[in-house]
Design a protein around this ligand. Structure first.
Ligand code: SF4
Ligand code: SF4
Length: 298
């Protein structure tokens, strides 16, 4: 199963069928436990994970975001802009998914969106001169998958509803659009700085650290977010993820998605002054101690 929700596939390449589908278009496919190839697709995977995949899977296996990423993913660079991505890990020494068990998928209710889509692929396309990103779909036909031979067809919309994809797409859309925007702005905006790549990584894949970040003085000194809002975000991980995308649009593209405190600059200067004053005070105290010691020949 090869699937990348933010890929830029050439329709003529590999198993991707060179026909663009829209929601109302029909395609022939059915997957079910009785089919001879059952789980064959999970034995050879190359799956890029989305932020909402990580949130669902980490909850499922009861791990924090950092621990989940370390245990179940492999980092890679998604494009020439070096945007950090994560692939789902395979079982040691094999190409089979880490979650594949004797009875099939061990995380079925929380399986990644790529697994839900298969054997469809999806792609966001921004046409020339247009600002909106359009969703298009295509059939992925790999030789081991017998689902294409089944006598069953449905529209793309019916398939997406049946597979529970809509919630995933709604949660991941802002993230996908950020990546597309970054790619298309390329040389105009310049290569992302190491700091912006770190922030992208945290907002996309490490909700636990982002939760701590928005509670920090450094964040609250700059952004005008009420205590009540911070508490809601701290409790509701889905809202936190959506807020992270607003934050990324602000730091990567300068969009004013989160209000800035009017006195943010003054507060930062006051804080810096306080730090310098404390350092000066410590240095003077150390100097006095040294003098005292010298005086008494210690
Ligand atoms: S997460 Fe489940 S459905 Fe997806 S590849 Fe792994 S075992 Fe298969
Ligand atoms: S029909 Fe295709 S998607 Fe379903 S189990 Fe077989 S290989 Fe996997």
């Amino acid at each position: 199963m090869t699937s990348n929700p933010i890929a830029d596939p050439s329709p003529a390449a590999g198993p991707i069928q060179p026909v663009e589908l829209r929601s109302e278009n029909r395609f022939r496919f059915r997957c079910h436990p009785g089919i001879a190839c059952f789980n064959a697709c999970c034995k050879n995977i190359d799956i890029t994970l989305t932020p909402y995949d990580i949130v669902r899977l980490k909850r499922r296996v009861g791990l924090g975001s950092k621990e989940f990423v370390a245990q179940y993913t492999i980092p890679f660079e998604m494009d020439s802009q070096r945007m950090p991505g994560l692939k789902l890990r395979t079982k040691p020494g094999t190409t089979a998914c880490a979650f594949l068990g004797d009875q099939g998928c061990g995380v079925y209710e929380d399986r990644p969106v790529s697994c839900r889509y298969y054997a469809l692929g999806s792609m966001g396309v921004r046409r020339k001169e247009e600002t909106n990103v359009e969703d298009i779909f295509f059939v992925v036909r790999e030789p081991h998958c017998l689902g294409h031979e089944e006598r069953h067809d449905q529209t793309v919309a019916e398939y997406r509803a049946e597979q529970g994809i809509e919630r995933y797409d709604a949660m991941n859309r802002a993230w996908r659009d950020i990546i597309l925007k970054k790619r298309s702005s390329g040389p105009t905006v310049g290569a992302p700085s190491p700091r912006s790549l770190q922030l992208f990584d945290m907002c996309s894949y490490d909700t636990d650290s982002f939760r701590e970040f928005i509670r920090s003085d450094g964040f609250l000194d700059v952004f005008d977010v009420s205590d009540a809002e911070v508490e809601v975000l701290a409790r509701d991980e889905d809202k936190l993820l959506a807020f992270g995308m607003r934050f990324l649009n602000q730091v990567l593209f300068g969009e004013m998605t989160i209000p800035i405190r009017r006195d943010a600059r003054e507060r930062r200067i006051e804080k810096r002054k306080a730090v310098w004053a404390a350092r000066r005070h410590d240095a003077v105290a150390r100097f006095r101690d040294d003098l005292e010691r010298q005086k008494y020949g210690e």
